[in-house]
Design a protein around this ligand. Structure first.
Ligand SMILES: Cc1ncc(COP(=O)(O)O)c(C=O)c1O
Length: 402
């Protein structure tokens, strides 16, 4: 079948909740993706950081096939030889006491919200149904009804109400606003240490430490959503490490599945995750043996191949390489490590239009917001591959300006 035929089928039968670029992928390896016509592209999106290890990482692929050949799924009504070791390894890595596995990021966020609410009622004595959770302007935590209820992006919410209550929105990066917003009913504050879909927003130095102090003083749970910025993407194992801060609840997902399957996890202090009694929360696929085996190898590869360090080094290299473009098309480069976003100058083509033209130059890009072009290649990217991308970006952006 041709590209056009695949597109026609997808558009005829598929819901239109995405508007993909007209490239039909059929194969990938490392940082590279090939379409059905045999054209090669460098992946600058990495499935929104779910492919941090690069496509089809050989060790993770080997684990996937080996585990699939032994035991792939069994109800959580039974134990497996994968969930215990994975739980220990992930808790040790993240300095957490307990873990609860889910699949998608949104499910893990929902899980954290439930845990924190129940913690408020059972451990803090907040009156039933009065718990408040504070979140930030520009947040992105997923697509469920509860989560979109506190989105500040109109498009994500409009037409999907009515919504649950109990959430309060404050500006991102403003510790004083948190201080002012906390009430006797507040049980938690959930924030992305670096906002991804909000446009690669890094808060000012000291913010994470400040909110850590406030959460401790006011006895509320500090919840970090590191689904996108965690696991090496921002140049440290977790983005919270940048300020040596420890959250009470850490949510991870995306690349925990090594680019192969959905694996997410809520990691927390014992007293927060201990609120769940058997039967109060669960997921058919959460913590399945295939996901656990893949997750274990994904974590091992992340450490062995020093992917966070490479993200730091390559992030700096790419920033240097794109310096000549600053002031012409790109206003500034946002983000940290390989969690990068190019903020486009007023008058420049939109991030969506640029993504379309960069496709012709062999780059798979997409917007992080209307004016920010996402640049988040796999963390395995090598210097020569980064140089190739810099070269193509430079010529592609110059062409788009003409
Ligand atoms: C910070 C953050 N939280 C949660 C999610 C939702 O994850 P998922 O799409 O796996 O539900 C995302 C997805 O982009 C995200 O970036």
């Amino acid at each position: 079948m041709t590209t056009d035929e695949y597109i026609r089928l997808e558009d005829t039968y598929g819901a239109s909740n995405y508007k993909p670029l007209d490239m039909v992928a059929s194969r990938a390896e490392g940082v590279w993706v090939w379409d059905v016509e045999g054209r090669r592209y460098l992946d600058c999106v990495s499935a929104y950081s779910a492919v941090n290890h690069g496509h089809r990482h050989p060790s993770i692929l080997a684990t996937l096939t080996e585990q699939a050949g032994k035991l792939s799924l069994i109800s959580r009504a039974f134990r497996t030889d994968q969930i215990g070791p994975f739980s220990e390894e992930i808790c040790t890595l993240s300095h957490s006491r307990k873990v609860l596995f889910m699949n998608s990021g949104a499910e893990a966020v929902e899980t954290a919200l439930k845990a924190v609410r129940k913690w408020g009622y059972t451990k803090r004595g907040v009156p039933e149904d009065r718990a408040e959770i504070i979140v930030c302007d520009g947040n992105f935590h997923g697509r469920t009804i509860a989560i979109i209820s506190f989105s500040t992006v109109e498009k994500y919410k409009k037409g999907f109400g009515p919504f649950p209550s109990g959430f309060k929105v404050i500006p991102f990066g403003d510790a004083r606003a948190l201080e002012d917003a906390v009430t006797e009913y507040t049980v938690g504050f959930m924030v992305e240490p670096i906002q991804g879909e909000g446009g690669m927003n890094v808060p000012a130095d000291g913010y994470l430490a400040d909110i850590r102090r406030i959460a401790r003083e006011r006895d509320i749970c500090l919840v970090f959503d590191e689904i996108q910025c965690g696991l090496g993407r921002a140049g440290t194992l977790f983005a919270e490490d940048f300020e040596n801060v420890r959250s009470d609840v850490l949510i991870i997902g995306k690349s925990l599945g090594g680019g192969f399957c959905p694996v997410s996890a809520v990691l927390a202090r014992g007293d927060v995750l201990d609120v769940f009694a058997p039967g109060e929360h669960g997921s058919t696929f959460g913590g399945n043996p295939l996901a656990c085996a893949v997750g274990r190898t994904a974590l091992r590869v992340l450490e062995e191949e020093r992917l966070a360090e490479n993200a730091r080094r390559m992030g700096a290299h790419i920033r240097r390489g794109l310096e000549p473009l600053l002031g012409s098309l790109i206003e500034r480069i946002k983000g940290r490590g390989l969690m990068l976003g190019f903020e486009l100058r007023p008058g420049a083509p939109s991030a969506a239009d640029l993504s379309r033209s960069l496709l012709r130059h062999g780059l798979l890009c997409n917007p992080a917001s209307a004016t920010v072009l996402r640049f988040t290649p796999p963390l395995t990217i090598r210097e020569e591959e980064a140089d190739w991308a810099i070269d193509k970006l430079t010529s592609g952006l110059a062409e788009a300006m003409r």
